[in-house]
Design a protein around this ligand. Structure first.
Ligand code: SAM
Length: 285
């Protein structure tokens, strides 16, 4: 069977099933074989891998994953796509399609059942409306993964990879970098998708740390501190933390902790590294 990764074949399948694209599900299907090859290469998929794919659509990326990996589990929310996937993936016995919301499915159970609990690789052309919740829930729920290789909005990929003092640096950069090493593998223009999105995209690989790069007494408080510091980006760190209902410390305590850590009380959150946020959190805790 000819692969789906070109505009003609995609249109043929869409027409055959009278499929109507659902904007609410972020449906922009890949139609460029070179981009699909880049995703597979960035994820370094081998036959030893069990891959979990989020949102297979009509199965374009799934076909590439099935050829490269040992096993593929694809989780798709849109029930209209299930009969299409049964057709387009019928030659790939190593693929299981689950009709579920990725934010509700029990991924740990899937990993236990299909890979004996050993870490899987996550690969996806993500629905952009829930990029951050998907990535953060994979990390926060401690789903056993070695890496997450995903297509996201270019601007989001840049935020994940940004370092202190840059305009893109923020809570997302710190949260992602606490759990993983980000690497932007490719920039992808709108004409590689059907329908075309309005913005540019990028493939980013997040390689999970075996142990976090910083140790903190209270991980939960570290994330509250990070969120509070960037909620009011233009304020000083002291005011950002002091104004946040999530932070239980007084202004005097915050200033004292900043001085003990060797910072000026006028410093802004965007100047601090992950290590410095961890140090400050430990001092306050
Ligand atoms: N993988 C296909 C491709 O590359 O051509 C489709 C990618 S498209 C950007 C995103 C896919 O995610 C769609 O098929 C959409 O229906 C699905 N999706 C959206 N929200 C989802 C959710 N919460 N759980 C699972 N799949 C979802």
């Amino acid at each position: 069977m000819e692969k789906l990764s070109n505009p003609q074949k995609t249109i043929e399948v869409i027409k055959k099933y009278e499929f109507a694209f659902q904007k609410k599900f972020g449906q922009n299907f890949l139609i460029d074989a070179r981009v699909l090859d880049k995703i597979i290469a960035a994820a370094e998929i081998t036959k030893d891998d069990c891959v979990v794919e989020i949102g297979p659509g009509i199965g374009t990326l799934t076909q590439y994953l099935a050829e490269a990996a040992g096993e593929v589990i694809s989780v798709e929310i849109d029930k209209m796509l299930i009969p299409i996937l049964e057709d387009t993936l019928k030659e790939y016995p190593n693929v299981t399609v689950i009709n579920q919301d990725i934010l509700k499915v029990d991924l740990e159970e899937i990993v236990r059942k299909h890979n004996n609990g050993r870490p899987v690789k996550i690969v996806a052309n993500l629905p952009y409306y829930i990029t951050t919740p998907i990535i953060m829930s994979l990390f926060e729920k401690h789903v056993p993964v070695t890496s997450i290789t995903v297509m996201v909005q270019k601007e989001v990929a840049e935020r994940m990879q940004a370092g202190p003092g840059t305009k893109d640096y923020g809570a997302l950069s710190l949260a992602v970098q606490y759990y993983a090493v980000p690497y932007i593998a490719a920039n992808v223009p709108p004409n590689c998708f059907m329908p075309r999105p309005k913005i540019g995209s990028a493939v980013i690989r997040l390689t999970k740390h075996e142990i976090p790069p910083v140790q903190v007494k209270n991980e939960n408080m570290l994330f509250k501190m990070i969120r509070a510091s960037f909620n009011q980006r233009r304020k000083t760190l002291v005011n950002g933390l002091n104004n946040s209902p999530e932070i239980p410390y007084s202004k005097a305590e915050i200033i004292e902790a900043l001085h003990s850590a060797g910072f000026s009380e006028n410093i802004r959150g965007e100047a601090l590294t992950l290590e410095q946020f961890a140090k400050l959190t430990d001092l306050l805790c």
